[in-house]
Design a protein. Sequence first.
Length: 130
Amino acid sequence: MLIGELSRRTGVNTHQLRYYESQGLLEPDRGLNGYREYGEDAILTVRQIRNLLEAGLSTQTIEYLLPCATGTTPDLVSCPELLDVLRARLGGLEEHIDTLTRSRDALRTYIETAEQGMSPQYACDTTTAA
């Protein structure tokens, strides 16, 4: 099937499919006319890529994991290296969440403090703040 049909069947636009190809995630054949030609297995691969992206994995990590993927979820065949990669990504996400939580809490404190001490005669001119 050509890239347009793969796009229609997966709901992923063609520029994203080309990006997946550039990242080594999809490997179409080339017809004599130079057009990309995908097999039926590309539909499953695209669905796996999308689900792994939704899990917060980078395309570089997905390239490493795809050979271990089965099914659309996808299920991943367990091996120590695979688990190390997934655990490292989870740790990075948890650190990021912690940082965002601290930032949110600090902003709430600033807002509460500003609201409590706000006097109409000393109101800030927020039109110049960025």
